[in-house]
Design a binder for this molecule. Structure first.
Ligand code: BGC
Length: 349
């Protein structure tokens, strides 16, 4: 079968490979892949900056944002032939650590977790894959192709859960949230903010095109320019750029008792000058909390499914700005200025 593969940590090695059928050891549910979303992590892997092949193999099948249709499932499984499913990305570490032992693999403590399409497990960008029912989530068939948004939404659902847990350390009645970055993660974070009845502000660099429209379409406010001017003293910042200056600005400009949730994975190597004393002083005197958040466990996929079900379908449709057939995979991996979510179509939905 065809699969999009890469030799991790070697730029320029992505290709459409002929791979063996998925092994039964991957699980009893056989899935026909319909679509795979492309995100910054995939671009990093293809650029040779991230990713691990399965032990003993040279190539890694890409793809961690998936949508598929069940071809075969064992009797009694929570999914049946024809159901639309999304594969969970992370698997618990084999030890397992205290978090993985309670299925909170998103908080793995020893780093021995694996991730499909990213770390030591083949991803979903192949014509078919196999999976255990424990790691597949059914999606509302009414969502169709938009089910491919479940994985990035799960990442955001986890981030919002972290904000709630950290905010809950005090009497907490947040009113405003600033989301930095209007990529898919930022826009989905803004969607959930609006669904919670918050006043939502989104900051990005571009001043026109689909991003400002999508933000306005939610009833949120779009900003460019300096963070401190865009939205002074927000109760919450959900940082979705990973850009060092923006991260620092978020930490120094969040309101008193505010929560900053960092979701962007920075590439490192960008040195910025910081007045550490001032940063410390403002964080202490304002009781500021900064929390990092990565990945998602099954509970977050379920929260994400609720958020997508409650969203306006036409808005979600506008989030998917390009659909590229598998044969033209390299177009999908080349960023274009007006891209929000690019989806590789593997089989027709
Ligand atoms: C994925 C997460 C993953 C993270 C780090 C993100 O792009 O959505 O599931 O944990 O990359 O590998």
């Amino acid at each position: 079968m065809k699969a999009l593969t890469v030799v991790p940590l070697q730029a320029g090695t992505a290709t459409l490979s002929d791979m063996p059928e998925p092994p039964e050891s991957d699980g009893p549910v056989l899935v026909e892949t319909l679509a795979v979303g492309v995100c910054g992590t995939d671009i990093e892997i293809v650029s040779g900056d991230y990713g691990w092949a399965p032990p003993g193999e040279e190539r890694l099948v890409l793809g961690h944002e998936s949508l598929g249709r069940v071809m075969e499932a064992p009797a009694g499984a929570p999914m049946a032939e024809g159901d639309l499913v999304v594969g969970i990305v992370r698997r618990p570490d084999p030890v397992p650590c205290a978090s993985c032992s309670v299925l909170e693999w998103d908080f793995c403590r020893n780093g021995q977790y694996t991730e499909r399409g990213i770390k030591e497990l083949h991803g979903y960008c192949s014509e078919r894959y196999r999976i255990s029912p424990d790691f597949a989530v059914r999606v509302d068939p009414a969502l169709g192709l938009l089910g491919v948004l479940l994985e990035p939404t799960s990442v955001v659902a986890k981030a919002w859960e972290q904000v709630d847990l950290v905010g809950g350390r005090l009497h907490w009645e947040p009113e405003t949230v600033l989301v930095t970055g209007a990529g898919p993660i930022g826009l989905l974070a803004a969607l959930i903010g609006v669904q919670r009845g918050l006043e939502v502000h989104v900051l990005d660099q571009v001043s026109e095109g689909v991003k400002p429209d999508l933000v306005r379409g939610l009833g949120a406010t779009y900003h460019t320019g300096k963070l401190a001017e865009a939205c002074p003293d927000p109760d919450i910042v959900i940082e979705c750029t990973g850009v060092a200056d923006v991260v620092l600005d978020a930490m120094t400009n969040v309101g008193a008792a505010g929560v900053v949730c960092l979701t962007g994975v920075s590439s490192g190597g960008h040195l910025v000058e910081v007045d550490e004393g001032q940063l410390n002083r403002s964080m202490v005197l304002d009781n500021v909390a900064v929390v990092g958040s990565v990945n998602a466990n099954r509970r977050h996929y379920e929260l994400a499914a609720d958020a997508l079900a409650a969203a306006e379908r036409s808005w979600l449709e506008r989030l998917v700005t390009r659909r590229v057939p598998l044969e033209n995979w390299s177009d999908a991996l080349q960023r274009q200025p007006d891209d929000v979510k690019v989806v590789i179509e593997v089989n027709p939905v």
